[in-house]
Design a protein around this ligand. Structure first.
Ligand code: PGA
Length: 258
C-alpha cells in the first residue's frame, strides 16, 4: 500500500453466495463490528438480486456496494443481462469486470474492454481482473499474459478516466484453493502491472491507480500482502462471506505504509 499516492481498497466478491435475506443479516452483523477508522475504501460486490438489500442496509455507512458483472450495451434484447445504468440506479458504486470465473464462461478481453468502457461512462468504478493460470506461471509467461490482459482491457480508456479504474491481480491457481501467492510473488506482478500502466499512460497515473491482490486472501495473510508497496488492497472471495474475517482484513489495512 501507499496511502500517500493512492487509495487502499478492500473489496469483497460474494460470487454466487447469499440470498437477499442473508444479505440483510450479514450487513447488520458487519455494521456492528465495522472499524471506525477511515484507513481504506470498503466495497462489497454481491449477486444482482442482493444489491437492493445491500444498498439499503449500508446507506449511512462508508461501505460501497458493487455488482459482479454488467452488460456493455445500454439496453435491448439481452435476456438475463444487466446494464450499467441499472446498476447505478440501484445504488451500485463498483462493478467487478473480467473475473477469471466469467472468463472461463467465455468472456473475452474484448468483452472485458467493452464493459470497462461502459462502466466508466455510467460513473461506476470498474474492478478489472487479470491473472494467469498455473500452467502459464510454470511456463514463465505470466508477465506477457498479464500485460496483454491489461493492454486489451484498458484499450481506449481515456487518460482522464484511468485513475477511476481499479485493477485486481488474481492468479487463477490461488482463487478458492487456499494457495495464496506469496507476498513477493503478488508484489512482483502488481509492480509489473503498474509499470504497464506507466507505459500506457504516465508515471503520475501509474502512481495513483489502486492495484489489488485476490486469491485466498484471508484474515491471516492479509497484513503481509498489504504491506507490499504495490498491493493497494484485496479482492476477497471466501473470507468476505464472514463479517468477522472481512473486518480483520479491513483492520490489516491499518498499518504504516512506505
Ligand atoms: P477467494 O476468491 O478469496 O475465495 O480465493 C477471490 C476471488 O475470486 O475474487
Amino acid at each position: 500500500m501507499n496511502r500517500k499516492y493512492r487509495k487502499t481498497v478492500i473489496a469483497g466478491n460474494w460470487k454466487m453466495n447469499k440470498t437477499p435475506s442473508e444479505t440483510k443479516e450479514f450487513m447488520t452483523q458487519l455494521k456492528a463490528i465495522m472499524p471506525k477508522g477511515r484507513w481504506c475504501d470498503v466495497a462489497l460486490c454481491v449477486p444482482a438480486v442482493c444489491i437492493p438489500a445491500a444498498v439499503r442496509a449500508m446507506r449511512e455507512t462508508r461501505v460501497g456496494i458493487g455488482a459482479e458483472n454488467c452488460n456493455p450495451n445500454p439496453s435491448g434484447a439481452y435476456t438475463g443481462e444487466i446494464a450499467t445504468n441499472m446498476l447505478t440506479d440501484a445504488g451500485c458504486k463498483y462493478v467487478i469486470i473480467g473475473h477469471s470465473e466469467r472468463r472461463a464462461m467465455g468472456e473475452t478481453d474484448a468483452d472485458v474492454n467493452a464493459k470497462v468502457l461502459a462502466a466508466l461512462d455510467a460513473g461506476l468504478i470498474p474492478i478489472m481482473c487479470c491473472g494467469e493460470s498455473l500452467e502459464q506461471r510454470q511456463n514463465g509467461v505470466t508477465a506477457e499474459w498479464i500485460t496483454m490482459q491489461i493492454k486489451l482491457g484498458l484499450k481506449d480508456v481515456p487518460e482522464d478516466k484511468i485513475r477511476k479504474v481499479i485493477i485486481a491481480y488474481e492468479p487463477i491457481w490461488a482463487i478458492g484453493t487456499g494457495l495464496t501467492a506469496t507476498p513477493e510473488q503478488a508484489e512482483e506482478v502488481c509492480e509489473m502491472i503498474r509499470s504497464v500502466v506507466r507505459k500506457l499512460y504516465s508515471s503520475k497515473n501509474a502512481r495513483a491507480i489502486s492495484i489489488l491482490y485476490g486469491g485466498s486472501m484471508n484474515e491471516k495473510n492479509a497484513f503481509e500482502l498489504l504491506a507490499q508497496p504495490d498491493i493497494d488492497g484485496g479482492l476477497i472471495g471466501g473470507a468476505s462471506l464472514v463479517p468477522e474475517k472481512f473486518v480483520k482484513i479491513i483492520e490489516a489495512a491499518n498499518q504504516p505504509t512506505v
